[in-house]
Design a protein around this ligand. Structure first.
Ligand code: SAH
Length: 395
């Protein structure tokens, strides 16, 4: 079996059991491991500390499967990890109301590079690391055996694969090609999901808990849902008695699906307005028209794709938050999010504080938010906490 020997300097961080070993931490590679193949990991003084997958073209040269040097990376290993992940979801998801959730959250479920989302009877996977790709066939067989889905679909059509020496791909892995749209249930609401070409694996499952929280603030309120995608926050707001929901989304197909989702849950066309436009433009137009709202949701896409985009992204976040604060009635509520991994919670709060200052409004955080509980964050993998949010009251 091939192996990697770490530099002395790596001893301290390896103790923290972070699952990524960067190329600079490796003293020597022994053998000739292929892309994704399992390698043994040795400290500088030749102590075997675990096994990981080798990725020759990535800066993250090894992703650790296990810090138990005895543990074999075989069918049993994957079966155990997948079953453990599913047993956590059974504790936190009410299966009578929700049939769509994340089953495997990559590093945080001990399976670096593997995402598995369940949409009713369908599974959608992403194989994002060389190691996950290497064991793909085995993983699919285990998923098929444990969950017995109608089909397993792959949505590895993401650029990060190229860093691992892999091409972005998508397609059917098992079963039959799903219908164009799948109807799923979330907290008792119905949503149509496009698993073949929707964003991520089809739906923003990570916002489920925050959508539920929006319900608590919506009764009798005029709600502005910015970056609405397929209408998740809109449906929850209307269901809890919002007086009117206005949603803004630049993708026409997402907005049409949002309209269908709202109607599917029994709300009439008169209860909402859909604007197929750029949020930045519409917020300025509303400001000029002196339009106001009681509750505004800002859930933009990832503004910072890399560390070099942090400044530009910060300006974007500040801009929309400032505009939103100006549009809120006295005592209005702002749900504001950032899903950029490169923007820390601390920085995001600073940006929103800057917006508050410039808006001349008095703004208080009443709750800090993060991703839903089916997207856990392993404490040895803090990078897993990518979604940051705040509920603010604006006076
Ligand atoms: N809140 C949604 C997810 C939002 S994802 C949910 O709970 O499902 C971000 C969305 O913003 C995407 O649908 C994307 O198409 C849209 N978007 C990106 N840039 C935009 C812009 N400048 N104006 C309007 N919509 C935009």
């Amino acid at each position: 079996m091939s192996s990697v020997i770490l530099k002395k300097a790596a001893d301290s961080f390896i103790k923290r059991k972070h699952p990524w070993i960067f190329s600079g931490a490796i003293e020597k590679v022994e053998g000739n491991p292929s892309n994704g193949q399992t390698v043994q990991i040795f400290t500088s003084d030749k102590k075997l500390i675990g096994n990981g997958s080798f990725s020759p073209s990535s800066q993250i040269r090894v992703r650790v499967w296990s810090f138990d040097s005895e543990e074999k990376i075989d069918e049993d290993f994957f079966r155990r990890k997948i079953s453990l992940a599913q047993s956590l979801r059974e504790k936190i998801i009410d299966g009578s109301k929700t049939n769509s959730y994340r089953i495997i959250n990559s590093e945080s479920d001990g399976l670096p590079g593997l995402i598995v989302d369940r949409y009713s009877d369908f599974l959608v996977c992403q194989f994002l690391s060389a190691g996950a790709e290497f064991s793909k066939k085995l993983i699919i067989e285990i998923l098929d055996d444990i969950f017995k889905p109608v089909s397993i679909f792959e949505r590895s059509d993401v650029e990060v694969r190229t860093k691992e020496g892999l091409q972005p791909i998508q397609g059917l892995l098992k079963g039959n090609i799903p219908d164009d749209l799948i109807e799923v249930q979330e907290n008792g609401f119905k949503f149509l999901v496009d698993i073949k070409s929707g964003h991520k694996t089809g739906f923003y499952l990570d916002q489920r808990d925050n959508r539920a929280l929006v319900s608590e603030f919506s009764k009798g309120k005029s709600v502005l849902n910015c970056f609405s995608y397929t209408g998740g926050f809109s449906v929850y707001s209307l269901a809890s008695g919002a007086e009117k929901v206005t949603q803004i989304e630049s993708s026409l197909s997402a907005l049409e699906l949002a309209n269908n989702n709202i109607e599917l849950n029994g709300f009439s066309l008169s209860s909402f307005e859909s604007i197929n436009e750029d949020v930045f433009k519409v917020l300025r137009k509303f400001r000029d028209e002196r339009k106001t709202f009681d509750l505004i949701i800002l859930d933009p896409p990832k503004f910072a794709e890399s560390a070099s985009q942090i400044q530009k992204a910060s300006r974007g976040y500040k801009d929309i938050n400032l505009l939103a604060m100006k549009l809120l009635n006295l005592g209005g509520i702002l749900f504001t999010f950032s899903c950029s991994g490169h923007i820390s919670q601390e920085l995001f709060q600073k940006i929103v504080a800057g917006a508050a200052l410039d808006s001349g409004r008095e703004v208080k955080i009443i709750k800090q938010l993060t991703q839903s509980s089916d997207h856990p964050v392993a404490l040895n993998f803090p990078e897993g906490m990518y979604l940051k949010g705040m509920v603010c009251i604006v006076n």
